[in-house]
Design a binder for this molecule. Structure first.
Ligand SMILES: Nc1ncnc2c1ncn2[C@@H]1O[C@H](COP(=O)(O)OP(=O)(O)OP(=O)(O)O)[C@@H](O)[C@H]1O
Length: 609
């Protein structure tokens, strides 16, 4: 294929390196939840695709299409035993190379809802290393037009676009990254027959022009959509019933005594032919036997033998010459991700705006509850309580970040599987964008609480206070990120975050003195408890160098300064074992805790690769 003859938007889509995709003996087994016996979801499936071909994977609901596609695309699937071989150009390729040459769109749409349609394609294109410029613009515009999304280009994905439009955007998003092989799970679900035909027709044209290989599962295509595919893989109960050119289906079935009526939609006819979903009772045994017989006939058919020969003789190229240089550098990828995260941060109310409102309200609330504390001994315990509540509640409220981060996490998993970026870039971009917001939150809370509550009037104390709260919030966000990495779903992450925060609160050394904590809590939580260090740091800002009057009658409830009827702040700090000399070291410990959360989250995300 001559790249010069391609339209400018498709030049980079040219799939020169991938000549064939083949698979043989693909088998997926799981342990049946009810019987505990192995259950075969995909049974010894084989096939081969040449550059420029589109294959429809069809079969009744639950026949194993999604499982097959996931395995063929080398995407993770739950607790399954997978065997068989997948070859690109006749050879197995390392998984990182496979991810770079392939792209996979699941049957459910995953987007950053704060981005608009055009930005969604733009960021996908930039993450895939396509430089900004006329070519990238033209490519995005071409795809918007091809998938009927021009009128929606400035509309946010999270508001006001239909399921069918999201499906089209999902396909366009995979195409914009320029894969050599594209796997699509139900790309036309939710689309009417005209839109389905349009999408498949565009995929076909693109495949023919660029050499792209498309493997996609599809439910009940119309006759015209069905005929757009080059090949068909027909599955039933995980077994192959047919794999080969679409235009040989009629002949093949005629050869085994099944006539596909001329006027019937062949897709409908075949789905009905191999469907046993509604034939589960005793009376339907002959029907199930007939479908099983069809699968065995495929096993011994000439076409199947022929396929096996073609798979075995697929030309082996020495190395998949994929242009790794087209991937952006790590700093480039980080810049794109940071840009994307930043856009989300100010558009998505759940990410930061809601939290800003919450922290401001908390500052107002706490400030008016602890309004203008006096400088006598009665306010000492009040102030300590206020500090305790401030740092604990600010940590707790970070839990509201869970939904926004879960969305980012899902996008990351998808992008990671498509080889766009790794866990390091993902977490770092999130960290970079989050920092100024954490500072804003701590400032909003502090400005209100500090002055309403009548805390210590010193610029040094005020800014040190804000700095401690800032560190507290960064650590609290780290807990959220770690929790999502441990259990990546809303409820699970919420439970883990809340649990970790409650344990941190109870073991910070304020409610129970560290000397009375048992070994488990002392070494497991107290020594690396950011809330505890932050509390002690905030105490230092208020009590170091301060004095409190014992009031009329000089009945001091704390050890007082000799003959002065005053309590020194150092006395209070001593009671809590807080030493000013430790403050620098404590900052270092909190920074280490913050890094520890992120590194642990990074390690967990890497383990799931
Ligand atoms: N982890 C699992 N453990 C047990 N059974 C599973 C597991 N994953 C899938 N299945 C079962 O395997 C079969 C194939 O599922 P799969 O999602 O691949 O089918 P499908 O053809 O894509 O279905 P649909 O067209 O309805 O989306 C189904 O019967 C499903 O219930």
């Amino acid at each position: 294929m001559d790249p010069e003859q391609l339209p400018v938007a498709e030049k980079r889509l040219l799939n020169a390196p991938v000549e064939t995709l083949s698979w043989s003996g693909l088998t997926v087994k799981v342990k049946d939840g009810k019987t505990g016996q192995p259950k075969t979801l995909v049974d010894n499936v084989e096939g081969i695709m040449q550059a420029g071909e589109c294959c429809a994977v069809m079969g009744p609901s639950g026949c194993g299409k999604t499982t097959f596609l996931n395995v063929l695309a080398q995407r993770p699937i739950k607790a399954a035993h997978v065997s068989g071989q997948i070859f690109v150009n006749g050879a197995e390729v390392p998984s990182n190379v496979f991810r770079h040459v392939t792209s996979f769109a699941q049957d459910h749409d995953i987007f950053i809802s704060a981005l608009n349609v055009r930005e969604t394609l733009h960021f996908a294109s930039r993450l895939a290393g396509i430089p900004r410029g006329d070519e990238a613009e033209t490519r995005v515009d071409t795809l918007l037009e091809a998938f009927g999304l021009v009128g929606l280009r400035t509309r946010r994905v999270g508001g006001g676009i239909s399921h069918g439009q999201k499906r089209r955007l999902t396909v366009a998003k995979q195409l914009v990254t320029g894969p050599g092989i594209l796997f699509l799970d139900e790309p036309t679900s939710g689309l009417d027959s005209v839109a389905s035909c349009h999408v498949v027709s565009h995929l076909r044209q693109l495949a023919k022009r660029t050499g792209l290989i498309v493997v996609c599962s599809i439910h009940q295509p119309s006759t015209s959509t069905f005929s757009l595919f080059d090949k068909l893989l027909l599955l039933s109960a995980g077994k192959t019933h047919y794999f080969g050119p679409i235009n040989r289906v009629v002949d093949y079935y005629a050869s085994i005594g099944v006539t596909i009526p001329e006027r019937a939609n062949p897709a409908d006819f075949l789905l009905e032919l191999v469907n046993t979903d509604f034939a589960q009772n005793e009376a339907a045994v002959p029907e199930r036997e007939r479908v099983a017989e069809l699968a065995s006939l495929w096993g011994i058919s000439a076409l199947r033998q022929q396929n096996a020969g073609v798979i075995a003789s697929a030309r082996v190229t020495p190395e998949l010459a994929w242009d790794a240089g087209s991937k952006p550098s790590s700093p480039g990828r980080l810049a794109v991700l940071t840009h994307r995260t930043f856009i989300k941060s100010y558009r998505d109310g759940l990410a930061y705006t809601l939290r800003l409102a919450m922290y401001t309200a908390l500052g107002l609330l706490a400030g008016t509850i602890w309004l203008q504390m006096d400088r006598d001994q009665n306010s000492i315990q009040l102030l300590i309580n206020a500090l305790l509540v401030s740092c604990a509640f600010m940590s707790f409220m970070a839990v509201t970040y869970v939904p926004a981060f879960i969305e980012d996490y899902r996008q990351f998993r998808l992008d990671r599987c498509n080889g766009l970026y790794g866990a390091g870039s993902f977490l770092l971009s999130n960290f970079v964008v989050g920092m100024p917001y954490q500072f804003l939150f701590s400032s909003a809370f502090s400005v209100l609480f500090y002055w309403l509550g009548g805390c210590r009037a010193s610029a040094g104390a005020f800014f040190t206070w804000i700095s401690w709260l800032f560190l507290n919030l960064i650590a609290a966000e780290g807990v959220v990120i770690l929790s999502v990495a441990i259990i990546p779903n809303f409820v699970g992450a919420l439970v883990i975050t809340s649990l970790l925060n409650v344990i941190a609160f109870a073991t910070a050394g304020t409610l129970v003195p560290p000397s009375q904590l048992n070994v488990f809590y002392k070494y497991g939580f107290y020594y690396w408890n950011s809330q505890g260090y932050v509390f002690r740091g905030m105490m230092a800002t208020q009590f170091d160098g301060a004095t409190y009057s014992c009031g009329a009658g000089c009945h001091c409830r704390y050890p007082s300064l000799p003959d002065q009827c005053h309590i020194s702040g150092e006395t209070i700090l001593d009671q809590y074992g807080i030493k000013m000399a430790d403050q620098g070291q404590n900052v270092g410990i909190v920074v280490a805790i913050i890094l520890g959360y992120r590194v642990a989250a990074w390690a967990l995300l890497r383990m799931r690769d």
